[in-house]
Design a protein around this ligand. Structure first.
Ligand code: PLP
Length: 450
């Protein structure tokens, strides 16, 4: 596919036959789509020959960019050796064994077991199954309710979508009746007049406590949250928020699930967002960057507290996926972890990239349509407003932010828009010059939108 005629026919074929996830069908029918044909380093190229800096690391997954030959080779070699075998019925395969062990070494203390899935959504389904099994085994079968947060994204299967709280998506998924939601710690949107961030963080965290009281502590099994809500708009919680949530979960015998599908593997400046916020979860969801996005893989890191109960009485955890622990995906995971370790990617992100990135964005604070800049580690959001004082929106239906995103895309920068916010999550291998490029293009897009 290298001539524009080929591109045009491919796009027509795409529109004719391919139903895209999370894509407005009318918009796509107008021919607004891009087909990506190759990538190199931190740049992606579409079939019309446009080059874009990937300010989103794919879908928050290609943290090491696109040219990691070692991961590609590991997958190729594994395909030659053992392209598939399952992990059911007392079977295993070497990469799955080794990756499980390697993940427990980088996990927070007290996490010695891993359950593999293909995706973050399935991992969160697994969490629910595991939590229910845990309390059944403890003879507390009435503990079945799960509390999640509004505007959360935990995946697209029925259970994961029920956990999620993004309005448009939630409306289309029939929510499971045992899932309940509390507010997100979005100070910019939800703070009362004059409320400072610390007081707001405590107030919102305590909604969990009230909800547990309402539902009955004996019925609530778990609370799930991302350390920093990613797809919902990089909602960075006030410092007061997580310690209060932790207290509530500890005092109320509620399992805490940290969904680290985006935050894990260095995004917040440490291996896990849980470490950045000093959270002590019982289960950790991972996916995406575990293979640098090159192969599908997700899973749950299971704390000893939960694993000991699951395993003590013997018997099956009647749950699994044909591709749980797929050897080629796990080989990709092992190669990814090797690179992360050997090149000190997480350390570099914390010490250099994160401060450089966040400081560079600070320069946009006085831009007339920038209402808030929020970020932690190597991701950030910029909230667009028509009026800085009143926080009046730029345009109905996020049209201003959509325009800003499209402009940035056309200028050679892949960023995303959520609501009225521009979202960035650049690869952790970015050099300073890449961040400078990102800020330059973003500034031009903001100027065009103002
Ligand atoms: N959890 C979080 C926090 C996510 O951001 C996502 C995807 O963006 C998921 C779960 C779902 O992962 P997947 O798309 O691999 O099913």
């Amino acid at each position: 596919m290298n001539s524009s005629a080929d591109t045009a026919s491919l796009k027509a074929l795409d529109r004719a036959h391919h139903l895209h996830p999370f894509t407005d069908f009318h918009d796509y029918a107008k021919g607004n789509g891009r087909i990506f044909s190759r990538a190199e380093g931190v740049f992606i190229y579409d079939s019309d020959g446009n080059r874009m800096l990937d300010g989103m690391s794919g879908l928050w997954c290609c943290n090491l960019g696109y040219s990691q030959d070692r991961i590609k080779q590991a997958v190729f070699d594994q395909m030659q050796q053992l392209p598939y075998y399952n992990n059911f019925f007392n079977c295993s395969n070497q990469p799955a064994v080794e990756l499980a062990a390697a993940l427990t070494k980088i996990a927070p203390p007290g996490f010695d077991h891993v359950f593999f899935t293909n995706s973050g959504s399935e991992a969160n389904d697994t969490n629910i199954r595991m939590v229910h099994r845990y309390y059944d085994l403890l003879d507390k079968p009435e503990k079945k309710l799960i509390i999640s947060r509004k505007n959360a994204y935990h995946g697209s299967t029925i259970a994961a979508a029920s956990l999620g709280g993004m309005k448009a998506m939630h409306e289309q998924a029939i929510g499971l009746d045992y899932v309940h939601h509390v507010n997100q710690p979005h100070w910019f949107e939800l703070a009362e007049p004059g409320e400072d961030e610390a007081s707001f963080g405590l107030r919102i965290a305590r909604e969990l406590e009230s909800r547990i009281d309402e539902l009955g502590e004996h019925r609530v099994a778990a609370f799930i949250a991302e350390p920093v809500q990613g797809a919902g708009g990089v909602i960075v919680p006030p410092d007061s928020y997580w310690p209060e949530l932790q207290r509530i979960c500890d005092e109320r015998d509620i399992l805490l699930i940290a969904d680290e599908v985006i935050c894990g593997f260095g995004r917040t400046g440490q291996w896990w967002g849980s470490q950045t916020y000093n959270i002590k979860p019982d289960l950790i969801t991972f996916a995406k960057a575990v293979t640098n996005g090159y192969m599908p893989l997700g899973g749950v890191l299971v704390s000893d507290k939960v694993a000991d109960v699951l395993m003590a009485k013997g018997g099956e955890f009647a749950h699994g996926l044909t591709y749980s622990g797929h050897p080629a995906s796990c080989a990709a995971g092992l190669a990814t972890l090797d690179i992360l370790h050997e090149e000190n990617i997480v350390g570099h992100a914390a010490e250099h990239l994160a401060p450089y990135f966040q400081n560079s964005l600070e320069g946009l604070r006085d831009h007339p349509i920038v209402g808030q800049i929020r970020g932690r580690g190597c991701f950030a959001a910029i909230e667009l407003v028509a009026d800085k004082e009143t926080r009046e929106r730029l345009a109905p239906d996020s049209a201003g932010a959509v325009f800003c995103r499209d402009t940035a895309n056309n200028l050679g920068l892949m960023v995303r828009q959520t609501g009225d916010a521009m979202i960035m999550s650049p690869p952790l291998i970015c050099e300073d010059e890449h961040i400078d490029y990102l800020v330059e293009k973003l500034t031009a897009a903001l100027d065009a939108t103002a």
